[in-house]
Each structure stands twice: as structure tokens, then as C-alpha cells.
Write a protein that binds this ligand. Structure first.
Ligand SMILES: Nc1ncnc2c1ncn2[C@@H]1O[C@H](COP(=O)(O)OP(=O)(O)OP(=O)(O)O)[C@@H](O)[C@H]1O
Length: 330
């Protein structure tokens, strides 16, 4: 029905929110963060997106930075409403005639309560009719997989909060599995390793920077296991700010444990996939999407455990956004 036709699409992720318009493509891309101030029991939104990102781990007692989503689903409805309202005003601004209809991506296994919370936040933020779309389906579209054919395709969407594995055929999901871990959990696992093994505390931003530096070194082929990466934080033994050299092989161990959990879900989904679809996946291989798709060991460990060819999609971080945009234009 044309009155329900979406004018805008939103990839509302744990780490990033991206807004797409039919004509322009991606018009907004900022971190999924809000900063609130508390005074006299009242809470006010003081910063959103990129501005709130600079405040992580640097706030005084009356300010707190919140992620609207945790593990891929909405955990703070006020923060989600504030962020969606901001994204809407930045994407449509003064051109708004009426509440725009929207497509919003959600994890394939989101519960009814999680879906209802997203609809409430979107309506409170000023959207009209909202259609929720399964994120792995959007990722598969965005990666250019032939999901509408009568043949199986498999996608592994490696996000910040969740990793979703799905098999598609004839435009629908035939088998799916989710593990509620992603880039954020990996950052935390790296920070925990430094804390436990080296009595060294690093913040969320430093842990992510260390991870991205590790990825870059590994991709360059310069990341010998004996190499080190410098990270700044607080030494708990001395209670002083310090810089510490982290061995790449220490990060390898954390990444291996992380990827093992994802491999387990991939095997589980393959174990529930019908034989004809299995054959198609065997012929076509598996496609990785999402910001975490470029993580070293991800492709090789999945390939070793399944015997399948594993490919990384082009521009994996924006596959969900591109897929939602294609659905918007359809
Ligand atoms: N080159 C890279 N290698 C590994 N990880 C990366 C790279 N670039 C970004 N990331 C990680 O990818 C994550 C962001 O990915 P993405 O934007 O797909 O997540 P999201 O859509 O916000 O999350 P979700 O869909 O799980 O809610 C972050 O954790 C970031 O650290």
C-alpha cells in the first residue's frame, strides 16, 4: 500500500547507525551513542553520535554515555529514541512534511518484546509506519547474493553486538543461528586479557584501537607473532598512566577463542540445512559481511572447520545499509 511505502531506511546497529534515502543512498553514518546529564533526578540528552563518541570513558559523575543497543537489540529506549530523532532530523531536516515511513533492520532472532521496543522508539522519535527487516537478509542483498533464486546462499553477518548466520533461498531464510557476540565483545575480551594477565587497564576506545591496529598489521602481513603493539592505559601495579607493548600472539589467542564461538554456530546452522541447499552452499561458498568480516582468522577458521570456501563481501561494513537501500528502492 503506497501510504506505507518507506521513504527512509535505517541500519540501527550496536556500534553504528546508518540512514539511507532512496535518491541519495547513505545520508547519515555515526556511532550509536548518546550522552545524558543527570540533575535533580531528571535526565537530559546532551550529545549524540560522533559528539558522544569523544566522551566515552571521559565523563564526570553527572554525565553518562549510553549505547541504545546491546548485543544487537534495544536496551535503552530513551537513548534509542534520542538517537533516532537526531538521525531523522539530520537526514531529512526541514524538508519533513509528515512522519516518514521507515525500514529498520533488526536481528533475525529478535524477540517480540525486542521488536515492539524498536517500534515504540521509532514512533516516539517521529517516524510513521515502520517495517522491521531481518538484518542478515539485508546483508545478503547488500553483498549481492542471489537470495531470490531457488538455490541456497549463506551469509555470516559479523556485527558489533551479534554475529548472525543465515541460509537463504527464494528470498526467505531457510536456516539461521545467532551468537550474541561481535566486535564489542571482542574489544572487551582483549581488555580483560590485559587486565588479568598484565594488570593493565585500558578503556573501551583503546581496546578497539588495539584491535584495529592488530587487524591492519595482520592484513599487511607484517604481523609476525613476535611483533608488539603499543597501547596506553593505567598500570594497576603502579597506579600510573603507562604505555604497554602487547604481543600480537596474545591478541591471536583472544581472537581464536572469539572466532571458535562463531564457528560453532556456523556448524550448527549447516547441520540444520536441507541437503539440496547444503549442496548449493558447497558449490558457492560462504560470504562474510559486517565490520568484523575482516577480522584475521575469521575466514580461515570457518574454512578449516567446514571445508567451505569463505569470501569477504565488498565493503562488508555497509552491506546491511546497502541491502536496506536496495529494498527501499525496489
Ligand atoms: N577492519 C576491521 N576489522 C575488524 N573489526 C572491525 C574492522 N572495522 C570495524 N570493525 C568492528 O566492526 C564493528 C562494527 O561493525 P558494524 O558496523 O557492522 O556493527 P553494527 O551494525 O553496529 O552492529 P550489530 O549489527 O551487531 O548491532 C565494531 O566492533 C568495529 O570495531
Amino acid at each position: 500500500m503506497s501510504w506505507k511505502r518507506p521513504e527512509i531506511a535505517i541500519d540501527f546497529g550496536t556500534a553504528n547507525v546508518r540512514v539511507m534515502r532512496r535518491e541519495e543512498g547513505i545520508v547519515f553514518d555515526e556511532p550509536s551513542l548518546c550522552c545524558f546529564s543527570r540533575r535533580d533526578g531528571m535526565s537530559d540528552l546532551v550529545a549524540v553520535g560522533t559528539e558522544a563518541h569523544a566522551m566515552i570513558d571521559r565523563t564526570p559523575a553527572n554525565l553518562s554515555v549510553k549505547r541504545p543497543l546491546c548485543r544487537g537489540v534495544l536496551q535503552d529506549i530513551d537513548a534509542a529514541t534520542g538517537l533516532l530523532r537526531y538521525a531523522l532530523s539530520r537526514s531529512i531536516g526541514g524538508k519533513r512534511m509528515r512522519a516518514p515511513n521507515a525500514l529498520i533492520g533488526v536481528p533475525a532472532d529478535a524477540t517480540q518484546a525486542e521488536r515492539s521496543a524498536m517500534l515504540t522508539a521509532a514512533n516516539d522519535a517521529g517516524f510513521g509506519h515502520v517495517t522491521l527487516v531481518s538484518e542478515p537478509l539485508a546483508a545478503a542483498f547488500g553483498a549481492g547474493l542471489p537470495v531470490e533464486q531457488a538455490a541456497g546462499s549463506m551469509v555470516i553477518e559479523c556485527g558489533a553486538g551479534t554475529t548472525e548466520v543465515a541460509v537463504f533461498s527464494l528470498g526467505g531464510i531457510c536456516a539461521t543461528g545467532t551468537v550474541r557476540i561481535g566486535g564489542v565483545a571482542l574489544d572487551k575480551a582483549i581488555a580483560d586479557q590485559l587486565h588479568l594477565r598484565h594488570k593493565f587497564l585500558v578503556g573501551e576506545l583503546s581496546a578497539e584501537r588495539l584491535k584495529l591496529e592488530y587487524v591492519a598489521r595482520r592484513q599487511d602481513g607484517n604481523g609476525e607473532r613476535s611483533d608488539v603493539i603499543a597501547v596506553r592505559g593505567r598500570c594497576l601495579r603502579e597506579g600510573l598512566p603507562k604505555s604497554m607493548d602487547v604481543a600480537i600472539r596474545d591478541v591471536d589467542q583472544v581472537v581464536e577463542k572469539h572466532v571458535e564461538q562463531i564457528v560453532q554456530v556456523v556448524r550448527d546452522v549447516l547441520g540444520r540445512t536441507a541437503p539440496e541447499l547444503s549442496q548449493d552452499i558447497h558449490d558457492r561458498g560462504v560470504t562474510l559481511t559486517g565490520g568484523g568480516a575482516l577480522m584475521p582468522l575469521m575466514g580461515s577458521m570457518i574454512a578449516d572447520a567446514t571445508g567451505l570456501e569463505v569470501k569477504v563481501a565488498e565493503a562488508p561494513s555497509i552491506c546491511v545499509a546497502n541491502g536496506l537501500h536496495r529494498m527501499l528502492c525496489a
